[in-house]
Design a protein around this ligand. Structure first.
Ligand code: UD1
Ligand code: CA
Length: 466
């Protein structure tokens, strides 16, 4: 697509969101709103891509760069309206002649199929501009399409400027258009801000072009959910929910059991194997892969992790970790990033694990912290075991070899190695390596003072008598 450029309008503050976060950074089904239009433009194979940024430009720029490094950034200093935003783009396209596709950063559900339809129509019909429209049961908040007696588009009137009668018009402007560059640039120069909002409306170019004798075409979309524009928090949550439900449906079609789709939050780009059950209040983020026959949730938060088959994750947080088959995690475990957990492992209640490798069949049943550790196969970690991995300057490694048994309430002061099949006694503070097959015991010996209680009592009585 050589003779086309795409422009995403994203400079507005989003006042109606009533939030300190810029509108386009609000998460929509886990991804910043801006992600969707950037990904769409890229997926269309358009080489020259532009985004107009203004409000909190610096904050948004970082996110934009992480999604599309090649998109060209055009600043809009004062956000005086969508026409003025397009005016800022003009100097960057002085040598360009062709189609300008205009997308809005707050319309995240728009599909590539629909955009291709409007581009095809626009280029075949050789019109000056093409508008994507939709008929909505509740058109409030959108610009309305005004058609003449024979059904031809006459103009677009913004919500704030509607007459009483026009309020009932159910055909709305999606804010997605194609224009021919030359005609658009001519018309933009003529837009005035004589309207209720005192803004330069891009929608006014329609009237201007028609007056100059150009033709304006339109495509009316069948599925109006696609063009929902997010202006407030209510619509933001509706759109997220649409995406989550759509994703849930797709997984159910592939043989995943989702107990309550409305209460499961599976982001895009997640793989889940057949026969896996997802219990309510589970969040699974993009890039996660879950095998077959697993039970996930209730209350599981899986962040970019890879989980094997037949594994169970109850009420736990799993971040950027790899977990094997037939393993049980939780309830109430926290796997921080960079763990590699083997098969048939058990990580139980109130266990925190970070940057740790755990071998097959190892058990960490309760109340433990493992950080920067390597545990072999069939290791048993007693309740209350802490790896003392941080010496204030650097992180040190704890190694527990195959078959070792760590007693309850141990402090393993790293760097330290517990050898194969070794034991450590309960309550030990292990500061030195324990050789294979040995017992490490590092605690004060118990001493019993016989009749201590009676003697103490007697002492008190004597003091009281005085
Ligand atoms: C706009 C359309 C309206 C349409 C609706 C569809 C205009 C005047 N109105 O209204 O007809 O029904 O979209 O969703 O265009 N922006 C800038 N610079 C600015 C102002 C806005 O870049 O100075 C960006 C915003 O960040 C946003 C997009 O343009 O991504 C649309 O702006 P917004 O204020 O949301 O327009 P709407 O009132 O929704
Ligand atoms: Ca909008």
């Amino acid at each position: 697509m050589k003779t086309i450029v795409s422009v995403i309008l994203a400079a507005g503050q989003g006042k109606r969101m009533k939030s300190t976060l810029p509108k386009v950074l609000h998460p929509v089904a886990g991804k910043p709103m801006i992600f969707y239009s950037l990904a769409l433009a890229k997926s269309l194979g358009i080489n020259k891509r532009i985004i107009v940024l203004g409000h909190q430009l610096e904050n948004i720029k970082e996110t934009v760069d992480s999604i599309d490094q090649e998109v060209h950034l055009v600043p809009q200093k004062n956000q005086l309206g969508t026409a003025q935003a397009m005016q800022e783009v003009v100097p960057y396209l002085t040598d360009f002649s062709g189609t300008i596709l205009i997308l809005s950063a707050d319309v995240p559900l728009l599909s590539a199929t629909t955009v291709k339809r409007i581009i095809d129509y626009h280029q075949k019909e050789r019109v000056a501009g093409t508008i994507l429209t939709a008929k909505l049961a509740n058109p409030a908040g959108y610009g309305r399409i005004i058609r003449d007696g024979v059904g031809k588009i006459a103009e677009i009137v913004e919500q704030a400027d509607l007459t009483e009668e026009q309020q009932n018009i159910d055909e709305i402007n999606s804010g997605i258009y194609c224009f021919h560059s030359k005609e658009l640039f001519q018309a933009l120069a003529l837009v005035k801000k004589n309207n209720r909002q005192k803004e330069y409306y891009l929608t006014d170019v329609i009237k201007i072009l028609l007056k100059k004798g150009y033709t304006i075409g339109s495509i009316t979309i069948d599925d109006p959910t696609e063009i929902i524009g997010i202006n407030d928090q209510k619509t933001l949550s509706q759109v997220s929910q649409i995406i989550y439900e759509r994703n849930a449906l797709r997984h159910m079609e592939e043989g995943v059991t989702i107990v309550s789709p409305g209460n499961s939050f599976i982001e895009e780009q997640v793989e889940i194997g057949k026969g896996t059950i997802i219990y309510p209040f589970t969040v699974i983020t993009s890039g996660s892969r879950i095998g077959q026959g697993c039970r996930i949730g209730p209350y599981a938060h899986i962040v970019e992790s890879n989980i094997g088959n037949e594994t169970v994750i109850f009420s736990s947080q799993v971040e950027k970790s790899r977990i094997g088959n037939n393993t049980v995690i939780g309830p109430f475990a926290h796997l921080r990033p960079d763990n590699i957990i083997g098969d048939k492992v058990k990580i139980g209640n109130y266990v925190e694990v970070k940057k740790t490798i755990i071998g097959q069949g190892t058990k960490v049943g309760h109340l433990a912290y493992l950080g920067d550790a390597i545990l072999g196969k069939k290791v048993n970690i007693g309740a209350g075991t802490i790896t003392c991995n941080f010496d204030g300057i650097r992180k040190n490694q704890t190694t527990v070899e195959d078959g070792a048994f760590i007693g309850t309430n141990n402090s393993l002061v790293a760097p330290v190695v517990i050898g194969k099949d070794a034991y450590t006694a309960a309550g030990s503070t292990i500061t030195e390596n324990v050789p294979a097959g040995s017992l490490g015991i590092a605690r004060a010996r118990q001493q019993n003072i016989i009749d201590w209680v009676a003697k103490k009592k007697k002492q008190h009585e004597e003091v009281d008598k005085k």
